[in-house]
Design a protein around this ligand. Structure first.
Ligand code: F6P
Length: 331
């Protein structure tokens, strides 16, 4: 069993609902093992600049239900340089930290790997991002909440779309993956879903998008039509695509960009439980000597997955749901 007296924790990259639940679980589990926890502010920036605070169990009281992150989050371009990685490692050594826990996505894990080049302590990652684009875990912390938030918005858009018999194009987040778009699209009964996993969409080649709209309106008498689209799927985004659809079919298509609403809000139960489980598991795995691994959950079982692989391998979107949407619903 590794001797762990003091560990650091930070949240990095896009914040995700459940990050606070994860911090809480890390602090409470660590306290149970007499381990001190230092929380770094603003992601890796706090590590590089020495901006930190000691986290005690009372600091994490009643935060399980809060969105955002009490440690603040940020992206950290400085860590992409060797000097940045060295400065981060120097802080870890100065504070005599035996280990660092990084709650974030694959970009944050790359930062962890860079620091590991200059630091002898243990480093573990915890998957926290709404995008769910991290391999080695069925779901990331925040993904379930983001789906429900998007779903709530799309259901509301459906009401007004039905009343006005309109076509809507709803743009959801996901960076370069369609996890949120596919899940929220299917769960909301969207008539069409556009996500990177269905292939690229080029201006001037909109047949695949337009034909189903025309068929549905004319042949099936639909009073509203909702297209759910993942961001970065069309040059100029959903506003441009909606205008191009309008031009092509002569019926107005309205765009709605949901944006950062998807990142906020109180985490749903599934995210609170996942965050609590993985936070506790990660601390226990540190005691078992784990290093450069990500604590994830596959088939309800917590497990470790190499940090390097979690960023390198593109996580596969559910092929069954993709096929179902393509063959049955995209019509
Ligand atoms: O990774 C989470 C995420 O919300 C992505 O879905 C999105 O592309 C990106 O972050 C937005 O980042 P920012 O808030 O820095 O613009």
């Amino acid at each position: 069993m590794a001797t762990i007296r003091r560990i650091g924790v930070l949240t990095s990259g896009g914040d995700a609902p459940g990050m606070n639940a994860c911090i809480r679980s890390v602090v409470l589990t660590a306290a149970a093992h007499q381990i001190e926890v230092i929380g770094f502010s603003h992601g890796y920036n706090g590590l590089i600049e020495g901006d930190y605070t000691k986290l005690l169990p009372y600091h994490v009281q009643h935060i399980i239900q809060l969105g955002g992150t009490i440690l603040k989050s940020a992206r950290c371009p400085a860590l992409q340089t060797e000097e940045g990685a060295k400065a981060a490692a120097a802080t870890l050594r100065q504070l005599q930290l035996d280990a660092l826990l990084v709650i974030g996505g694959d970009g944050s894990f790359k930062g962890a790997l860079a620091i590991a080049q200059h630091y002898k302590g243990q480093i573990l990652g915890l998957p926290g991002t709404i995008d769910n684009d991290v391999d080695g875990t069925d779901a990331t912390i925040g993904y379930a909440t983001a789906i429900d938030t998007a779903l709530d918005a799309i259901d509301k858009i459906r009401d007004t779309a039905d009343a006005f018999e309109r076509i809507f194009l709803v743009e959801l987040m996901g960076r370069h993956s369609g996890f949120i778009a596919l899940s929220a699209g299917i769960a909301s009964g969207a008539e069409q879903i556009i996500c990177p996993e269905f292939g690229t969409l080029e201006p001037g080649q909109l047949d695949t998008v337009i034909r189903p709209i025309q068929n549905a309106q004319v042949l099936k008498g639909k009073s509203s039509y909702i297209i759910v689209m993942a961001e970065h799927c069309y040059p100029g985004g959903s506003t441009t695509l909606a205008a191009d659809i309008t031009d092509a079919i002569g019926i107005e298509c309205r765009a709605c960009v949901l944006g950062h609403i998807q990142r906020g809000g109180s985490p749903v139960g599934a995210d609170r439980i996942l965050a609590t489980k993985l936070g506790a598991y990660a601390v226990e795995q540190l005691l078992g000597g784990a290093h450069l691994m990500m604590a994830g959950e596959v088939n309800h079982q917590a497990g470790l997955y190499p940090l390097q692989a979690s960023g390198e391998r593109k996580k596969r979107i559910d092929p069954y749901l993709l096929r179902w949407q393509q063959q049955v619903a995209n019509d």
